[in-house]
Design a protein around this ligand. Structure first.
Ligand SMILES: Nc1ncnc2c1ncn2[C@@H]1O[C@H](COP(=O)(O)OP(=O)(O)OP(=O)(O)O)[C@@H](O)[C@H]1O
Ligand SMILES: [Mg+2]
Length: 314
């Protein structure tokens, strides 16, 4: 990240069709000797839902942190609607990128409505003195903010719980509240880090519909999830991170059909991941070895008959 180009004054929200909303290039994040993210390129276009998957520890959340100013990447550049992002999370939010967290971060002792209002602070123009003096401008802005917050709560299906304390919501509803709070900053891009973690199948299905509705509002979405059914139903494009590197990116069918992706989820080693030809070669060799072993086993059985008790040595 090089220049500090804030987009103060830019219209938040919907991007023009065909516009590249997010453009991350060569993003690398090192923690001491550990490279958590290595040279990752990723774009998200207007109107797109893009998925980011990969095994535990692959670097997905770290990559999100690099996109949102929580971490300044060791190398690489992140642009939002063409402008290089400032290296501060509140400035990134003001620029138009909002996120939810893998570990829910709500103000537990605030009400549901207050949590959403907190999310609106980057969009309220009223300054410090206006808030302190509580003049007519402040009250007008406050009412408009409340109205918008209630709209967003209705959108995620939580308006009837506006006065409840956040900590009293069941887990699935806390995740929804996080989404409402993120939407309150009127973003053009929403990053969701495991939005269905801990949800039951009905809640997951409802979240899928919610993400489609968010996309239909003109907000591009980048989503991390381990639930493959959710990801492949939802996403126009899916990128796979393995050990910090982008392994493959494509539509759902391409990614689902890639044997390296299957291998990644089965936890096989990944260095120099083999191509289709090499895989076929290995399979043929294994089949041959199996056939040879079977033949040898058949021979051994006849020998073992002559020397009982030998199998105890194994
Ligand atoms: N602040 C940090 N300091 C040091 N190492 C870190 C830090 N944050 C993440 N890591 C390491 O970076 C690697 C990637 O972690 P990350 O949380 O990004 O993975 P993930 O793909 O989100 O995994 P999961 O699916 O379990 O959430 C891990 O080895 C992790 O221990
Ligand atoms: Mg994570």
């Amino acid at each position: 990240m090089t220049t500090d180009t804030t987009t103060k004054g830019a219209t938040p929200g919907a991007a023009a069709p065909g516009e590249t909303v997010l453009d991350a290039r060569g993003v690398t994040m090192r923690f001491g000797g550990l490279t958590a993210v290595r040279g990752v390129d990723l774009t998200v276009g207007a109107g797109e839902i893009v998925g980011l998957i990969g095994p535990n520890g692959a670097g997905k959340t770290t990559f999100f942190n690099c996109l949102t100013g929580l971490y300044v990447p060791t190398e690489g550049e992140v642009r939002y609607k063409g402008a290089v992002l400032p290296p501060k999370s509140f400035k990134v939010t003001a620029a138009g990128i909002a996120r939810t967290f893998q570990n829910i971060r709500l103000f537990a002792n605030m009400t549901v409505l207050e949590n959403v209002l907190v999310g609106r602070h980057t969009r309220t123009k009223e300054g410090f003195w206006s808030a302190v003096l509580r003049g007519p401008g402040f009250h007008k802005a406050e009412n408009a903010s409340k109205e918008r917050a209630m709209e967003l709560l209705a959108f995620v299906g939580l308006d009837h719980k506006a006065d409840h304390l956040a900590r009293n919501l069941p887990y699935g509803e806390q995740r929804k509240l996080e989404i409402a709070r993120a939407l309150a900053s009127e973003p053009g891009l929403l990053l969701l880090d495991e939005p269905t973690a801990g949800m039951n199948p009905q809640e997951t299905r409802a979240t899928e519909e919610l993400v489609f509705a968010i996309r239909d509002m003109g907000i591009a979405v980048l989503v991390i999830e381990h639930d493959m059914r959710f990801i492949f139903n939802l996403c126009d494009r899916v990128a796979v991170l393995v050990q910090g590197e982008k392994l493959i990116e494509g539509d759902s069918a391409t990614v689902q059909g890639d044997e390296r992706v299957v291998a990644a989820y089965l936890g096989e080693p990944f260095e120099n991941a083999p191509g289709a030809e090499e895989v076929a070669e290995v399979e043929a060799a294994e089949a041959h070895a199996e056939a040879t072993a079977e033949a040898a086993g058949a021979r051994a059985e006849t020998t073992n008959d002559a020397a009982p008790g030998k199998e105890n040595d194994r």
